[in-house]
Design a binder for this molecule. Structure first.
Ligand code: SF4
Length: 509
């Protein structure tokens, strides 16, 4: 029987984690692709991934093609830890894709790092995926039903792609196109995928990008003077000097080769973009569906000030993700804005686990209070979300120890009560503090004098998007893409199934 393993806490690192014992929402992945003859595509991909590092910090990889073969280099760690000048110089070609990973399906181990790689009957493919599929169990069966490949390909596939993630399954399905083109095969496979996917993949001469019909995760198309780029966020385009052309549309497949760009619609668009991208996940300098993420966060703060005003002396953010909303709260309320916490700028950049005695210091490893800003004042502290509540409890305690007279916590998203199955790793339902307690009880639990969460309507309006075009499931429990049985969902579904031998191991290219 399949194990329900989505109850495991996140095991990635994120620069906004403040407490090693309590991670915030874990982002899913960043993807990047470039088709640009004459350019150093490996370096463009490196800097594109560098700009997307906040989306995944467990592993990074780049695949490059010179028109004859694809080379893949990937490893555990941050983009800057995985690649150096020598490695990048060895990745020569005109076409590349890149990926930085936080694991949503499949454990955080090397074999699950991306891009994935598979030989095909006429070459090979490499693929990177942002999001999370919810019909993994069906894809396992589809892969098992593929006809056996030649012995040579089969051995390669076993060696190269013994991965345990949904991306490995999609790679296997796409790679099987003995009698048709990869482009045609993609139009057959993409409609069978359920869940969130913004994907880039390539063979030796062509770059592909596709987005799920709901467009849950962002994906943008950009232009270089001598080529094309796709990336999870437009901030990555700006980083490499590419101009934004447009978003890849929900349900669209984009194909780029020497003949130019072709677009196919493999499904009717039903937009349900992730509202949490605006709250926390995307970079503040990103624009999603025409709305500046920074402006959306400032507006959430303004609305929070109108919904939950309080008499106070200072509005301060929990850095960095609470900063725009705190600025909006201060602007709307007229209460002075100031820094009350200083955060170590290199938070999340170490893989060294703190010793037990250091661990007891909790968030102090990453965040410190400024007593001269706080002492004798009534403080409003603004953050983007509360997951388990341990971080906020430690922050309130730190502010009181620094001499705060009163601590009022304001949160720029509604209470998180439900898990995400579309690519974000929150805590389990049982661990979410808002699942068991009401707002007053949460305020008492974290030790705040008062607590205010923005309303669902206020958050949605701040995004500038029509409510029916957003996913809000972690706040409402209404999942826009119907979920299968609970037992068929989970980060470690494939490891569980493989170890129990209830489902076949992937071995068909
Ligand atoms: S459940 Fe929440 S985090 Fe997940 S896609 Fe929907 S809005 Fe985003």
């Amino acid at each position: 029987m399949l194990r329900d393993s989505w109850s495991r806490p996140g095991d990635g690192s994120l620069s906004d984690d403040l407490d090693p014992q309590e991670r915030g929402p874990q982002d899913e992945c960043g993807v990047f692709g470039v088709w640009a003859p004459g350019e150093d595509v490996a370096k463009l991909t490196y800097f594109g991934l560098y700009a997307l590092q906040h989306r995944g910090q467990e592993a990074a990889g780049i695949a490059v093609s010179n028109g004859r073969q694809i080379l893949v280099y990937k490893d555990m760690g941050l983009v800057s830890q995985v690649f150096d000048e020598t490695t990048l110089a060895s990745l020569k070609g005109h076409l590349a894709i890149g990926h930085c990973r936080y694991s949503t399906t499949g454990a955080s181990v090397w074999k699950n790092a991306q891009p994935t790689f598979r030989p095909t009957a006429d070459g090979s493919i490499a693929l990177g995926h942002n999001g999370n599929l919810i019909n993994t169990h069906e894809l396992v069966e589809m892969v098992a039903e593929l006809p056996p490949a030649s012995d040579e390909l089969d051995i390669h596939a076993r060696d190269l792609e013994a991965s345990t993630n949904d991306t490995g399954l999609v790679t296997a399905l796409l790679a099987h196109h003995p009698d048709t083109s990869l482009e045609q095969r993609a139009l057959e496979v993409l409609p069978t995928l359920r869940g969130a996917f913004s994907m880039v993949w390539m063979n030796e001469d062509t770059l592909y990008a596709a987005r799920d019909p709901q467009g849950i995760r962002p994906l943008v198309l950009g232009r270089l003077e001598r080529g094309w780029v796709v990336a999870s966020e437009d901030s990555a385009l700006a980083t490499i000097g590419a101009s934004v052309v447009r978003e890849v549309e929900p349900g669209e497949l984009v194909v780029i080769d020497s003949e130019g760009l072709r677009s196919h619609h493999f499904a009717e668009p039903e937009p349900k973009g992730c509202v949490f991208e605006y709250v926390y996940l995307a970079r503040p300098d990103a624009t999603i569906s025409g709305r500046s993420v920074h402006e959306a966060r400032v507006e959430m703060g303004r609305r929070l000030a109108r919904e939950f005003p309080v008499d106070a002396d200072l509005v301060m953010p929990v850095p960095e993700s609470g900063t725009p909303a705190a600025a909006g709260y201060a602007e709307e309320s007229g209460i002075p804005f100031g820094q009350g916490f200083v955060k170590n700028a290199y938070v999340g950049r170490t893989f060294i686990q703190p010793s037990q005695s250091l661990r007891q210091l909790g968030i102090r490893l990453k965040l410190n209070a400024l007593p001269h800003m706080i002492r004798g004042k009534k403080i409003v502290v603004v953050d983007d979300s509360i997951v388990r509540g341990n971080t906020q409890r430690a922050q309130v305690r730190m502010l009181r120890e620094a001499g705060a007279l009163e601590v009022h916590v304001r949160i720029s998203s509604p209470p998180v009560k439900w898990p995400c199955f579309y690519g974000i790793d929150f805590a389990t339902r049982a661990e979410l503090i808002a699942n068991g307690l009401d707002v007053d009880e949460i305020a008492a639990s974290v030790g705040a004098d008062s607590l205010g969460y923005i309303s669902l309507e206020g958050m949605v309006e701040a995004t500038g998007q029509p409510e029916d075009r957003l996913c809000k499931a972690c706040f409402t429990g209404e999942y826009p893409i119907p979920l299968p049985d609970e037992r068929l969902l989970g980060k470690h579904l494939l490891e569980a199934s493989i170890s129990s031998e209830s489902l076949p191991v992937l071995n068909n290219p």
